[in-house]
Design a protein around this ligand. Structure first.
Ligand code: OSB
Ligand code: MG
Length: 372
């Protein structure tokens, strides 16, 4: 079915607490939301995870707004049959800009599943009623604060913790958390902060403190450095930023640089690409898991649907709504259930509804594009 209109909103949601990584600190998230409407009046929502500054990857709110408004939305409005697949193929000629593409691709998935009256999870082939999740914990002002923070998440029911690390915030905080919680499933994520020459040091503290997984220690293009770290390691080497498409995944698999794959809907350009990358990894016996970008309920719902499908076997970086936002954009909120899980919504589409009152409260701008 053709699209009737696409709305592009810019939203700013305050985070409950600042989130600090090796690349910077975020106190609030400013992001774009895409609302598609097909000719039968059915809607579909997608979120663009790009931040104000291009710190995690080269995309930003401004670049995403430009390519969405000037290229991708007009392209989607011209499609005679607008599906996530037809959009994805048509958008291929524009290089990169995957977070912007993912916003529209996911909105089209939501729209199609709603029109069919099916849950997005089922539409993607998902079978799990609940998905296992963990919590990603930012860099804290002190080690003592970090240990208390981790303790509160464990009290809340999270059974897996990922610590953000960087040079100068690694062996000491990791040692302290391990000492306090000897059985914790503990992961770390460096967001490319180390030079390849740091491999020996990373290996030493990761093995000493039984870190289960080290995520993206080296720069995006340093595939062979990740392979060298993975060789003989007793922890998994996870790639996030390095894997953006089928070719980068193939290089990583062939060079054995990846023993765990973080699949972010935003980073890879949507749910379709995410599913196929995870399938490819599974064929090479590499486990996948769904990563997050502090999404609001809109993006989180897409991530949960993806995590409900077969190739996603490790716990996802998807926490309950109240880990991120006091007031989320969608209803019902995601709440942490037994065994460190989130329930997969069963209603049509993502199974969550955008609350217009909350959206209007946090919206900074809105622009509607109509089919010609
Ligand atoms: O590298 O996984 C990352 C958030 C922003 C940018 C990059 C990353 C993250 C997270 C957050 O770790 C995970 C979440 O959404 O809970
Ligand atoms: Mg990461």
């Amino acid at each position: 079915m053709r699209l009737k209109a696409v709305r592009l909103d810019e939203v700013e949601l305050p985070l409950i607490e600042p989130f600090e990584t090796s690349f910077g600190i975020e106190n609030r998230r400013r992001f774009l939301l895409v609302r598609v409407e097909s000719w039968d009046g059915v809607e579909g929502w997608g979120e663009c995870a790009a931040a104000v500054d291009p710190l995690y990857s080269s995309e930003s709110v401004a670049t995403a707004r430009w390519i969405l408004a000037e290229r991708l939305i007009p392209l989607a409005l011209r499609l005679p049959a607008a599906s996530p697949e037809s959009f994805g193929r048509a958008a291929e000629r524009f290089r990169g800009n995957r977070m912007a593409k993912a916003a529209l691709e996911t909105a089209l998935h939501d729209n199609r599943a709603r029109r069919e009256g099916r849950s997005l999870s089922r539409r993607l082939g998902g079978r799990r009623p609940r998905v296992r999740v963990g919590v990603s914990v930012g860099i804290q002002p002190t080690v003592a604060k970090l240990v208390r923070r981790v303790g509160r998440y464990l009290d809340a029911g999270y059974e897996r913790v990922k610590l953000k690390v960087r040079p100068g915030w690694d062996s000491l905080p990791v040692a302290a958390v391990r000492r306090e919680y000897p059985d914790l499933d503990l992961w770390v994520d460096a967001n490319q902060a180390y030079p390849p020459s740091a491999a020996g040091l990373i290996r030493a503290w990761a093995e000493k403190f039984s870190v289960a997984q080290v995520e993206q220690p080296f720069p995006e293009r340093s595939v062979l450095a990740h392979a060298a770290l993975a060789e003989g390691a007793n922890f998994r080497v996870c790639l996030d930023e390095s894997v953006v498409d089928a070719a980068s995944l193939e290089d990583a698999l062939l060079s054995r640089a990846v023993t765990s794959l973080n699949v972010k809907v935003a980073r890879v350009g949507g749910l379709g690409p995410g599913l196929s990358l995870a399938g490819e990894a599974a064929r090479a016996d590499v486990p996948s898991w769904v990563g997050g970008m502090l999404e609001s309920g809109v993006g989180r719902a897409h991530n949960v649907a993806l995590a409900s499908t077969r190739p996603f076997v490790l716990s996802a970086d998807l926490s309950a709504s109240d880990r991120y936002y006091r007031e989320d954009l969608t209803d019902p909120p995601f709440v942490l259930g037994r065994g460190s899980t989130l329930e997969v919504p069963r209603g049509p589409g993502t199974g969550v509804e955008v609350v217009e009152r909350v959206l209007r409260k946090y919206r900074r701008s809105s622009r509607t594009f109509r089919a010609g």
